[in-house]
Design a binder for this molecule. Structure first.
Ligand code: ATP
Ligand code: MG
Length: 201
């Protein structure tokens, strides 16, 4: 089994993150945790890539539908979809229109619990309810009801893998093996090394 420090996650800065001038701010937030960036590129994805990306988990449409319907129910409102699947199908179509309008930044971050750490810093899906201090909570203001009203994807700046399996499948969509770099960062010593004897003169 790979060491925990080798966990990897795929992060995309979505078109709104690039257009809002937040590339540096977003990278800074992940970088300062001690996670290591092992791949980076800027590209304009096509609809086919977006479809493949969001359907790596066959359950995704149902889950995404349940999550947004729950948010309506929690607010005491009627969801505008009859079933989670109907919502999921609508969301995937909206994402295919949204994710291709401008370049995006694709990155792989590696380190202990990279997936969970990145999602914690990124914040919950709906910026309205994302925690203060998270990227989505601090830098944008979208909500499910407004995006549903306007029949478009929620603009929440970032995509971040949700699980180890999702990360491995997503990484293959965005990066070739030779675009992923293996190298040591000096700071990894203090984060991970068992024996720190060499630090003193
Ligand atoms: P991501 O997968 O992009 O990191 P996430 O895991 O927080 O975000 P998912 O539930 O996987 O959220 O939904 C994927 C994306 O689909 C969201 O980031 C958002 O852009 C969009 N989305 C989800 N639900 C809705 C909805 N009800 N209406 C519009 N867009 C939605
Ligand atoms: Mg997701």
């Amino acid at each position: 089994m790979a060491h925990p420090k080798e966990e990897r996650t795929l992060v995309l800065i979505k078109p709104d993150g690039v257009q809002r001038g937040l590339i540096g701010e977003i990278i800074n937030r992940y970088e300062r945790t001690g996670l290591k960036m092992i791949a980076l590129k800027m590209l304009v994805p096509d609809k086919d890539m977006i479809e493949r990306h969001y359907t790596v988990d066959p359950e995704w449409k149902r889950k995404v539908g349940e999550k947004s319907m729950k948010s309506y129910i929690a607010n005491g409102e009627e969801p505008p979809f009859k079933t989670p699947e109907e919502c999921g199908n609508a969301v995937i179509e909206r994402l295919k229109n949204y994710m291709i309008v401008s370049p995006v930044i694709a990155m792989i971050w590696q380190g202990n619990k990279a997936i969970g750490i990145v999602r914690k810093i990124t914040g919950g899906t709906e910026p309205l309810t994302s925690d203060v201090g998270t990227i989505r909570g601090d830098f944008t203001i979208d909500s499910y009801d407004m995006s549903d009203l306007d029949n478009r994807a929620i603009r929440n700046l970032i995509h971040a893998s949700g699980s180890v399996e999702e990360a491995e499948k997503e990484i293959k969509i965005w990066f070739k093996e030779n675009e992923i770099l293996q190298y040591n960062l000096v700071q990894e010593k203090i984060i991970y090394d068992v024996n720190l004897d060499s630090l003193r003169e």
